[in-house]
Design a protein around this ligand. Structure first.
Ligand code: MG
Length: 377
């Protein structure tokens, strides 16, 4: 789901190198030509699109040979019809995919962290469906998953001391307050080590992505955020680490390449022999680690605070951030105002439990409206 985006296209590259899979359904936003090309290449029978206009355009190009489903209910319907679903939809819109896949008792290869973060209590409820599994595509969580093999999930992983999530530090690592005040859209979109979509690339520049990943790891692995640390690692070779109670630390290494994580999630429990992100130990190289700059990158502590508040706070964080990043990408908001805007929205949040999808949709809309109201006019 989300086949024309960055993760979607890389998933197709993994599929092209394997004969183990049949692509039965895809969804996309409004890139009709890209979607049609995928359907024709992989002979896909079912397609999901966001609205009737796009559906009309797709039907006109492909005729009655494919079934076209529309909107969130279409996404959910498609997600119920596969053994493995890759959720690469951007943002909160990926929620129906996450919930429907788990409710159907299938394997969810999750690249859409927002749905898990915003809806953690609701996702937790459907994860107990027999057969339902979440395999994380997010590179840090995929690394943690690999390092946690053999660790017990019962009672909050008693053998684990701490999870360490690595951060590249983004394009503005080491910048002073003054330098950060002058950063541009182009600067924020130039990630030093990873090629990704624009939303997550901006999130990496503010460290909000890392904050969201702390929440994601906590929900995925049932480890409290006070046992999850962030360490800056500019080379993006070590994708995350697990520190065990005996002092031993396990790390997962590769050159930065999302296709490795995608292949891991698709092939499991076996590994696909595809060699993505292969390391070269025959030449010299260095790995560096340093603590994050929490003063100039306040998104990190804001995310920890939301994790401790739980309930609907993570949903508000994620929703307000989506609006702030969109405003930044549209030239409406300065980079240094992204995180303060999210913080102002959260100032208006009062603690409450998150109990239903209907409530979550309301919470999401409320946080978005407040974020819009806080944008400069
Ligand atoms: Mg990541």
């Amino acid at each position: 789901m989300g086949v024309t985006g960055s993760i979607g296209r890389q998933t197709l590259e993994v599929l092209r190198r394997s004969d183990r899979f049949e692509l039965v359904a895809v969804s996309a936003g409004r890139r009709v030509e890209d979607l049609v090309a995928v359907v024709e290449e992989f002979r896909v029978a079912r397609v999901g699109v966001p609205d009737e206009t796009t559906a009309f355009a797709v039907r006109e190009r492909l005729g009655s040979s494919v079934e076209v489903l529309v909107g969130a209910s279409g996404l959910a319907e498609l997600s119920r019809g596969a053994d493995v679903v890759v959720n690469a939809v951007v943002g909160f819109a990926g929620l129906p995919v996450t919930l429907a896949t788990l409710e159907a008792g299938s394997r969810l290869a999750l690249a859409n962290k927002e749905s898990l973060i915003a809806a953690a209590p609701l996702v937790e409820a459907v994860r107990t469906t027999p057969g339902a599994q979440i395999w994380p595509v997010d590179s840090e969580h995929c690394a943690l998953h690999q390092c946690l093999v053999g660790s017990s999930d019962s009672e909050g992983r008693p053998d684990v001391e701490r999870l360490w999530i690595t951060a590249s530090g983004g394009p503005f690592r080491g910048y002073s307050r003054d330098q950060l005040a002058a950063v541009t859209r182009e600067g924020a979109l130039a990630h030093p080590t990873w090629q990704m979509g624009p939303k997550i690339t901006v999130d990496s520049s503010t460290l909000m992505n890392k904050g969201l990943e702390v929440l994601e790891a906590s929900a995925l692995f049932h480890v409290g955020v006070d046992r999850i640390g962030v360490v800056v690692h500019p080379q993006s070779i070590v994708h995350s680490l697990v520190e065990y109670v005996d002092g031993s630390v396990l790390a997962q290494l590769s050159a930065p390449d999302m296709r490795l994580a995608i292949a891991y999630c698709l092939g499991a429990p076996e590994r696909l022999a595809q060699h993505w992100g292969q390391m070269d130990f025959t030449r010299a190289f260095q790995l560096e680690f340093e603590p994050p700059d929490r003063l100039n990158f306040p998104a990190l502590d804001l995310a920890y605070e939301c994790a401790r508040r739980a309930g609907a706070a993570p949903a508000w964080l994620s929703a307000a951030n989506e609006i702030a990043v969109e405003a930044f990408l549209n030239g409406v908001l300065a980079w240094r105002e992204i995180v303060p805007l999210v913080a102002r929205v959260l100032d208006q949040y009062e603690d409450r439990a998150l109990e239903s999808v209907e409530q979550l949709i309301e919470e999401d809309a409320q946080a978005r409206a407040l974020a819009h109201g806080n944008l400069p006019s």
